[in-house]
Every structure is written in structure tokens, then in C-alpha cells.
Design a binder for this molecule. Sequence first.
Ligand code: ANZ
Ligand code: ZN
Length: 836
Amino acid sequence: MSDYDFEAMQRRWQPVWESLGLFTADGSGKPRRSLVDMFAYPSGDLHMGHAEAYALGDAVARFWIQQGYDVLHPVGWDAFGLPAENAAIRRGAHPAEWTYANIGTQAESFRRYATSIDWRTRLHTSDPSYYRWTQWLFLRFLERGLAVRKRAAVNWCPVDRTVLANEQVVAGRCERCGSAVTKRELTQWFLTITAYAEQLLDDMAELEGHWPAPVLTMQRNWIGRSAGAYLDFGPFEVFTTRPDTVFGATFLVVAPDSALAGSLCSAGQRPAFDAYVSRVRGESDITRTAAGRAPTGVFLGAHGRHPFTGEPLPIWAADYVLPGHGTGAIMAVPAHDERDLAFAQTFDLPVRPVAGTRDTDASPDFLAGMDREAATARLIAEAEARGVGRAGVTYRLRDWLVSRQRFWGCPIPVVHCANCGIVPVPDDQLPVVLPDLRGEALAPQDVSPLATVRDWVEVDCPRCGGPAERDTDTMDTFVDSSWYFLRYCSPAYGKGPFDPDAVGRWMPVDQYVGGAEHAVMHLLYVRFFTKVLRDLGLVDFAEPFRRLMTQGQVVLNGAAMSKSKGNMVDLGEQIDTYGVDAVRLTMVFAGPPEEDIDWADVSPAGSVRFLGRVLRLASEIGAASPAAADHAQRSTPGPTLHRGSPATSHFTELSRSSEPPSAHPVDSRELWITSGDPGLRRTTHRLLAAITELMEEQRLNVAVARAMELANAVRRAIDGGLPAGDPAAREAAEVLAVVLSLFTPYTAEEMWARLGHPPGVARAGWPRADPALVAETTVICALQVNGKLRDRLEVPADITTDDLTALALASPVAAGRTVTRLVVRPPHVVNLVVSG
Ligand code: ANZ
Ligand code: ZN
């Protein structure tokens, strides 16, 4: 493909674009939009997954830019985290070296990949100028009681030797390294996301239709709201979603690894209980709650009291009851619950059905004859009246554990003082900067490596001046990523985490783009953070992202790519072989954004051929006809092919910040030619209208397919005898260049140049389809009355039977007649059979 020299194009246009400053958000008063890609983690260079997400997001951002919006499209790095630390241990280096070297590599790749980024926004969460504000925000949470230290059984990764949040435990395994997670009893910092459970659910109404439904469903399930009742069984309350089954309760079960179980256990049962607890401690929640498992448990040698009958009920400890859910204790109703039944059968405990099932005697009068819903309401009312229970709600969601016993993270900005307890580091002493630790000193050792740096740990108490120690844990990196989108608006701001005016201008994010795998981690945390910031008065919105696009994964032969499987497709190699544009085009064209792309099924070589064809088209047409000139011809009548803003002048206007707000929400470029092949013009305008609509609906792959149709139509027209100099051919080629600028920026710029325009196709302005040319074609329909021609109707060629019937009945010839029968043959004939 000698004509398609992608390397030369990449070399040529990159510096030109940079000198033009094409993607600087200017705050000019034009309507604004913000598009944020989930920022990258700097492990190595960008990979195929990044390439997909950035191709999709960039197409949307560039579409907005073409429409004349002032677009903020920022870039940053999620730069703290374990891999940097592990690499530093191996190399005897500092994690920052690896991190910032990779960021440098990725930044270069971003440039080469031609994303429409405003580089002034660039941030790294590991910069002290960034994490100063992560610490500042942590202290605001602390003041509000939303950051708390508590002792709890927490998830522990034995390989990474750090605790993990519930969200980071996937099927019982560490989300990072895959090892089986165990439990440890530790005192740790939590952010109390549970306080926002209800709001996180309620505010989803606002996201419905704008966020992918599967993401919302995952969040809803993760929050796991269940409504029911708390009932009092003497030594403790239980939570139940089925209070209507209380008369079938025959025993009680508590979580063995809860303080409650320990306190209830009788002396005689103690040895059996202790043995059981140590066995349960190593099990993950997934194992404990797996269906079909043989039940295990011990009797605690204690009894509770049934809240309605007063009957004594034996109390057992069993692992299928979890310590963190509800009250950590249940009433067992073996007649209605499978796990309770299996347990009763194993340990020979009674099974007692309740009303509506078999044994009506077991149930008292007040529930007789009621369905489940009514019985539940009635029972709760009765429990409240008797003072033995109340309606209640529980959530599956747990508080967010944010302490990490690792080095390369944001230090928790508090000091522990023997006199004063926990003392926040005063705001004016932030940031608490990480000490210089490298190599072996970073090896995990159950406590944070920071604990070994004594001259860093030992400080004077900010409150009493006495000897005190810094907290040596660092924050989960998901804290860093919970507010970065706000920092983009003013990345150098020094008076707070962000400049409120800048945030007011750009936020919330109009379009967020990233992987669905973040549904219950990042995407939930960031929603929580935003609500807290709203309550702190720092922002005036409660949801961070108006619209979310989640891209599928890039897989190979149906399997996820991974280093361990050795089936990685290297992005750099793909780009070296096919060029940036072909890779980008292939990513977008492969299918709907949310679906996986199997790289074995797509054809970057096909994209290369297509791009070569459009370039040749541009050359032919450019050589055969002159481009519309710019400024001068705007006011001069003559053989101008375009009206509106030609590329250069349009760009100049955009970058002038004193420009008054435009009357129209967006600019567009009106195409206006006086002559040209009508058939090709019709095709161009129809496809343009379709592409515009498809871009608005974010059906990007179909938009690309329509652009390909347009290229084929021009080719066919010229091969069929249309002179390349025909204005319709130029019009089609220019539309094509602007459309392709969203997906294949280098090729589009090259086309633009060959068509005779100065550089800057990215800001040429989105062409407006001519409605007259877009309108459906019409045909003449014969309107007959009793078989005789009475009228002619001009109707759309694709008119439906119903529409044609309505039209015929409304016509003057039908007025005052009784139509007994109607023969409708759209679009050509209607016959009214009338009587009298
Ligand atoms: C009696 C009953 C009868 C129940 C019945 C269910 C069916 P959610 O919150 O939706 O998961 N439960 C309560 N606390 C528990 C714990 N800590 N560990 C394990 N199971 C627990 O479901 C709440 C139901 O799960 C509660 O309702 C309780 O069992 C059980 F026919 O109480 B049910
Ligand atoms: Zn003190």
C-alpha cells in the first residue's frame, strides 16, 4: 500500500497539531462539555484495552469539538499502587522511578495515538501536589465522622501481605494477585460508605438510561438492600426478611466468629466451640455461603426465647451465618429456608411449618388466612405493639476499608499520641510526604514498611507537643481515584483540592468512559465521594458522571489476554504494523462499544486498505478541483463551494477567549454548492444525516459503516463516469474527511491537505446535512374512486398502508361519500369503493 504511508503521516501531523494547540479547552463562553476517560495505571506501555477505550472516547470528544463545543478532555495517571512497589523491590529502586518512567512512555503513546487531549490538565496521583489534597479530603471525612478506625475481621492477602476491601476480593481471591484471601482481626481505617447506602440507591434514578443497565444492576446488588424486621429473641436480636415465618423458628444460629458467639458459649461447650472457630477463621465468605455444602456447627449450650410464644430455643454457632450481615444472628426456620433445613436434618433439630403450608395449628390466629405480604406487615405491627421487634433494613454493603500496609500510596495524615489519641495532621502541615525508601526495605512484612523508618514515624504531637507516632498505613488507591476528575479542572490549584469556579464550569462530567469491571469498586466509591463532597459544600451535584460508556474487552480467540497465558497482542506492534489510524478504526468498527472485540476476528489490514482508498480519492478530487478559499471569499460572491466557517478562520475564532457566547448551542458548517451531481449529493447528505444521528446515539461502529458507504459511493460515481472535478465529489470527500477526523485523525488530516485545505480538520466544523436533500423521495399516487382516476397525491416512496389510507380518506374526493371498501397498494394506487 505504497500510497498509504502511515509513518510519514504520523511524523508530519503530530508537530503541526501541537503547534496549533487544537485541543485546548478555552473556557470561551461557548457551550461546554467534558469527557473523561478512566485514567491509566502506569504499568508498562498502553495496551490494547487502553487503545479501545481511548479510541471510543476520543471519537465522542472529537464529535463535540467539531460541533463547536468547548471540550475538556483531560489526561492523568493513577500512579500509586502495588506493581510499582514490587518492581522497586526487584530492582533495588524507588517505586517512583518505575512509575514516572512508565508514565513518560504512556504519555508518548498517548500523543502518537492522537487523542484530543488538553495536556494542561495532566496529573499524577503520586505527586505530593496531588496527594496533599487526598490527605486534606481524608481529614474532612474524619471531621464528619466518615473516616473511622475500628477493629474488624478483615480480608487479608497472604501474598501481598496487606488487607483488602470487600470489593477487591473476587470469588474469595485477591483481585490483584489471585491468592486465596484469609481473615484477620485488625484495627483499620474505614470510610463509612454504608451511611450513604440509601442515597447511592435512590440517586440511581438519575442515572437510569444514561449508564449501562448492567452496571446499575451490579451496584444495586452490591449494595444489597433487604427490608424486613429485627426481632428480639432474648440475648440478641435477629434480622429477618421473613418475619411472617417466625412461628416456624425452632432454633437460633449466630456467626461463630462474632463477639456474640464467644460471650454466649457455656463453659462445657467452650473446647468444641474454640476448635470450630479456629477452623472457620480461614474460610472465605464465598465458601461459607456456598450452596449444597455439608452443614457444620456447634451447640453453644445456651437458649433464647421466642418473642411470641416464649418457647426456649437452642442457640447454635454455624459458619453459614456471617458476622457482618444483619446482627450476625438468625432465627432458623427449617420449614421455609433450605440452609436451615439442611442444618436441622444434620443436627436433628425440629422442623415446624407455619400457616398456609401444612400445620395451621402452629400459627396463631392473628396471621390466619393472610398472604405473605399482609402477614409480614401484620407481624411487624404486632411485634412493635408487644415491644419485641421493629421494621428494619439491612445492606449487604460494608464500610470501605482503606488502610493498606504498603508503601507506595498516600500516607494517612494522622498522628497517634499517648495523651491525645488520634490527632489529625494540621492542614498547613500537609502533605505528609513519603520518606525515601527503596529496594528490599519495601518488602512486605505484615506491617507497613513505613513503620521501619523511625525518624519519619516519630513526631511531636501537633496537639500536646509530646512524643507521638505517625500512622504508618497508606490509603487504598481507590481513594486517589475517587476525586481526580475534579482536580482536572484546575490541576495546579493550591488553595484547595480544586478551584470551585473551574469545577462549576466543567463538572459533573458529561461523558465518562471506561471498563465495566469497575462497576462495584471505582464507580461506586466515586459516587460516594461525590455525595460527601456535596454534603461538605465543596460541589453542588451529587452524581459525578452524567453519562457512562463502558467498553467491552479486547480478547483473542475468545479468551481474555494475559501475560500468564502468553496470548497478549502488543499494541505497539499493531501500531508499527498497521499504523495508529487503522488500529483506531478497527477498534471502533469491530462492534458496539460495550461488546468484546476478538482481535482474531477483526482485520486491521482491511482498515489499512480502506484508508488507502480514501486517501487516493482525496488526491484525485483535490487535483481536479480547487478548495474553497478562506477569509477572502467569504464575503466575495463567486464560485464558492462552501458557506459557513472554513477551517482556518473557524479555528481562530475558537481559540480567542473574548469571543461572545454564540446564539446557537453549537456551530456547524453548512455545505452549500450550486451545482453537482444530484444523485451523489443526495447520498452524501443522507449518509451525513445518518452519521450525525448515530454519533449522537453513540452507535459508533454503525457511524463508521456509513462513512465507508460514503467512500464507496464516491468511488462508484467516479468510476461510473462522474468527473473527479464535479462539486458533488468534492463535497462528499470533504464530508468524509471531517467524519473520519473522529476516528482516524492522521488520514483525515492528510485528506484535508490533499483537498487543498490548511491543517486543522479536527476543527473544520461539523457539516450540516441539507434537509431538502435528505428528505425521502416522493412518488405520485393515483387516487381512484370506483376504479376511475380522480386525483393524484404526492406521497413518500416508503409510505405505509395506514398512512396512505388516512391520506386517501382525508382527500376532498372522499368528502361526503360512504366508503364501503378500500384497496390500498402503497405507494402507487388507492381505490375507494363508494356507495351512492
Ligand atoms: C428467617 C427466614 C425464613 C429467612 C425464611 C429467610 C427465609 P438478605 O439480607 O436479603 O441476605 N440472614 C440474616 N442475617 C444473616 C447472616 N448474618 N448470615 C447469614 N444469613 C443471614 O437475607 C436476610 C435473610 O438471610 C434473613 O431472613 C435470614 O434468614 C438470613 F423462610 O430469617 B431469614
Ligand atoms: Zn498529644
